[in-house]
Design a binder for this molecule. Sequence first.
Ligand code: FEO
Length: 401
Amino acid sequence: MKAKQVKPGIYWVGAIDWNVRDFHGYVTPRGTTYNNFLIMDKKITLIDTVKSDFADVMFERIRCLTNPEKIRVAVCNHIEMDHAGSWDQVMKVAKKATLYTTERGKQGLERHFDTTSWDIQVVKTGDTVKIGEKTLMFIETPMLHWPDSMMTYIPEDKLLISQDAFGQHLAQAVLFDDLVPQETLEDAVIDYYANILMPFGRLIKAKIAEIQKLGLEIDMIAPDHGVIWRKNPQKVINMYLDMANGKAREGVVIVYDTMWHSTEKMSRAVLDGILDEGMYAEVIKLRETPMSVAIKQFWRYRGLLVGTPTLNNVMFPSVAEFLQHLRGLRPANRIASVFGSYGWGGGGVRDALQVLKSMKLEVVEPGYEVNYRPNKEDYDKGYEFGRMFAQKVREYHKKFE
Ligand code: FEO
């Protein structure tokens, strides 16, 4: 396996994980990559590592260029184990290396590894290290997406090595953005942002503004997952700014589950109403759809309708799981409501509405409920509920135009 040149003297020495489908609970149907970089300068420098399962692959690529013992500078941009998991193996052989990381990065490494023999130097935003012809400049990015996170900028190459930010879970054999279908790439960026970065929109805007204020010229962004942005790095910056500013399509996603098909029948009535209002909609059944796909589709559209049967006076468990995921992601700038069937007593719709109201969402009450099974009259009510909700979505969406 070879190292691949990214810029003169800078090489990708990472790993392609074709097979990962469950990334700590997040479904990755297209696999992922663990990107890290070796700089062949006077002081040989390794930026990040790979998941420990792939350490052999990384070492094989490094050995194409040099003996790993010759690494003198190590940079840990992020301590999550998909990137930091092989530092113990690297530092065991690169005995003369100095490792640069943030204060929280140092603390995290000390919790994961026996670092007593490591030379660790803590860095802050603006600190630089000269490694020969090239310079490393560090930019702390706390909570993007962990407290330890930072980026490394190489001014001589206008290259920003951005750790998770701007990444995508794509196990591509090709390295660069212009070599993959743009639709696939955009979908992967949205998927990644929705499932990982959704809570951090405000921080993302502030950090992008800070980088712009620093006046850094960037002609390439190399994240730790997926392809490297060489043709159009501004594209992913703009996508991030749009998402952080609440950009979404004018449309509705109906996310539902059903016990005996009554809530499913209701979703058809609601869908007809939305479509007849001239609004795009799509339908996702939980338990048939990976959670991360439901989250991504939620993120794409301005409106969310949740369909839930009542079970033991509360919402259905798969719906509760979806809303629990969503609540953790702290969504904003979306409008939502709930419908569902019940046998006696009810409570599912009320329960789901309560959870939606606990988030920063615009909630349309009282939702729409049916006892046992929808009849013709209930269908008509569901249809009108769909039309009404589509009108509310249209009105709410105008705030973002
Ligand atoms: Fe790809 Fe936060 O690790």
